[in-house]
Design a protein around this ligand. Structure first.
Ligand SMILES: [Zn+2]
Length: 303
């Protein structure tokens, strides 16, 4: 999009959802300059609805602005080489990975187009489809970031958010392949959340430069949100594991992770009630399922 176009007369500004940053960004991989698109905050552009049990915030449709999706403006993508990262991390790329990032350019463009369509264009205003693609690209973009931005957690959030946007896209285009992609992203997200928990414990990656743990854009559920999403995704994706013993072992890990959120005695008072309720429900749900599986396959469960 040309800069002039985006800087429409101020009269129109109040009805606009997004704007282009005043100064161009220079891609740290290919040095292309481009204007990054961000969402205006405030002005009733988004009306928060209920929080789903996968910690996704739903939004009511605004009469003035229509359906606004804040998720699609979070990732900055170079329109030339498709390198991507969250807005605040984009320019901070670790330059020691630049050559790799350049070498991987044809592949990331190829896969993004195979999955999201040949005509995706990051020089144009963000859409649901390029929004979902932006998270897919950021999942690899975080290979080029420093350990102190907690790249593994960011990948977990990106995969989860890609799955959320794919849900929205699939609702609009039910006859296309978008719904089929959701399990891929949820499986990736589960894997990265599991690793993120390990890395927080062993210090392999750190979080001093993490703005929010999300998982959605409206609330920072911190470490508890990480524990919860790992448990929630492990439970919801367990249908993909065929071996009952392996499935039970995985579910036991998920149950322990959920228990850590509300099992801390006094400290739980300061935690968001929604999250406490969800984690208790999930803990019970997983416990019942483990029992059912153990009975069905005659497996002794040692928790
Ligand atoms: Zn670039």
């Amino acid at each position: 999009m040309a800069k002039k176009e985006a800087e429409q007369e101020d009269d129109g500004k109040n009805l606009k959802v997004s704007y282009l940053e005043k100064s161009p960004r220079k891609c740290p991989v290919c040095e292309q300059e481009f204007y990054n698109e961000l969402m205006y905050t405030g002005g009733g552009r988004i009306i928060a609805g209920r929080l789903r049990n996968d910690l996704r915030r739903t939004y009511e449709v605004s009469k003035k602005y229509g359906k606004v999706n804040p998720l699609i403006y979070i990732v900055s993508v170079c329109p030339a080489c498709f390198y991507a990262a969250y807005n605040e991390d984009f320019l901070e790329m670790d330059q020691s990975h630049r050559e790799t990032a350049l070498a991987e350019k044809p592949n990331r463009i190829k896969y993004a187009k195979v999955i999201f369509g040949r005509d995706i264009d990051f020089a144009k205003p963000r859409t649901l489809i390029t929004g979902a693609a932006s998270y897919f690209l950021a999942m690899t973009g975080y290979n080029y970031q420093r350990k102190n931005v907690f790249p593994t957690l960011k990948r977990a959030m990106c995969a989860l958010r890609a799955s959320w946007l794919l849900e929205d896209i699939a609702a609009i285009y039910p006859d296309q392949h978008f719904a089929e992609l959701i399990p891929f992203f949820l499986t990736k997200s589960k894997k990265y959340y599991g690793r993120a928990i390990d890395f927080m414990q062993n210090g392999k990656e750190t979080y001093e430069k993490v703005k929010t743990f999300g998982p959605d854009t409206d609330t920072n559920f911190r470490y508890d949100g990480v524990l919860y999403m790992f448990a929630r995704l492990t439970a919801s994706m367990s249908y993909l594991i065929t071996d009952p013993k392996e499935k039970i072992d995985d579910l036991i890990k998920a149950k322990r992770s959920a228990a850590k959120i509300f099992g801390m005695g006094k400290s739980s008072k300061s935690k968001p009630q929604d999250l406490l309720d969800f984690s208790k429900e999930l803990h019970t749900e997983i416990g019942n399922y483990i029992e059912e599986l153990a009975k069905k396959f005659n497996i002794t469960v040692e928790e």
